[in-house]
Write a protein that binds this ligand. Structure first.
Ligand code: PEP
Length: 249
């Protein structure tokens, strides 16, 4: 089994004061972990977080990236700008971006290619709605997200991507997928990557589960064979909770 990758998604939370308090508390709690740890912070916290995380084992991440290097794209941030600020990983295609801001598999694909070109670890989110799950459409929907979102990647690029399976019905709701549901769906997603990029590549790709993972359910989810880590929203805002997830497995 691989070491786990635990990434926090702070979403639109944390002022400078909050960031300082949270990271100051978190750094000593996770300093001895064997697992890989990242925090994906709002753009406004990047410079401060970089300063606080210098010399620690916590990677700095962002929550989105634009596909162009520069230009007339009001409100967007380029890979070059993020790289200059020490960002190492970036979330792409979160369901909140897809649902509230019109993100599509095509824009995910463009952002993904820009992130790879800059040497980031992209954390690409996929996941179905409750309605799709209830209608038995989960696999078809995920297959489409994978086909279009990862279009044109080489196996060498695919292996550098982290895929976060985040069922929309489990995000921020307190309803977690069961460990069997998460395992089964991630195994299906991995099989799609095996078809596209070969079995060996697919096995090396990190698959995270995200959706109300917390310090209580992390151990059983992370113990499943295809779950290589977690993308953590709410629980990443509390140092002690996030640290317990990092140390859960
Ligand atoms: C997320 O937004 O990526 C997430 C998993 O959120 P939460 O843990 O709060 O469900």
């Amino acid at each position: 089994m691989k070491n786990k990758f635990i990434a926090g998604n702070w979403k639109m939370n944390n002022t400078a004061e909050d960031t300082e308090a949270l990271l100051t508390a978190l750094i000593p709690l996770v300093k001895d972990t064997k697992n890989r740890v990242a925090v994906c912070v709002p753009y406004t916290d990047i410079c401060l977080a970089r300063k606080l995380l210098k010399g620690t084992n916590i990677e700095l991440g962002a929550q989105n990236v634009h596909w162009a290097d520069y230009g007339a794209f009001t409100g967007e941030i380029s890979a070059e700008m993020l790289a200059e600020k020490g960002v190492k990983c970036v979330i792409i295609g979160h369901s909140e971006r897809r649902g509230y801001f019109g993100e599509t598999n095509q824009t995910v694909n463009m952002r993904l290619k820009a992130a790879l070109a800059k040497g980031f670890t992209p954390i690409v989110c996929i996941g179905e709605s409750l309605e799709q799950r209830q209608n038995g459409e989960t696999e078809d929907f995920l297959a489409q997200q994978i086909k279009e979102g990862f279009e044109g990647l080489t196996a060498e690029q695919a292996v550098r991507v982290v895929v976060a399976y985040e069922p929309i019905w489990a995000i921020g709701t307190g309803v977690t997928a069961t460990k069997e549901q998460a395992q089964e769906t991630i195994a299906f997603a991995r099989s799609k990557f095996a078809e596209a990029f070969g079995k060996e590549t697919a096995e090396r790709i990190y698959f995270l589960y995200g959706g109300s993972m917390n310090e209580k359910n992390a151990k059983e989810l992370l113990g499943m064979p295809d779950i290589d880590g977690g993308l953590i929203g709410g629980a990443s805002l509390v140092a002690e909770k996030f640290a317990k997830i990092v140390e859960a497995f």
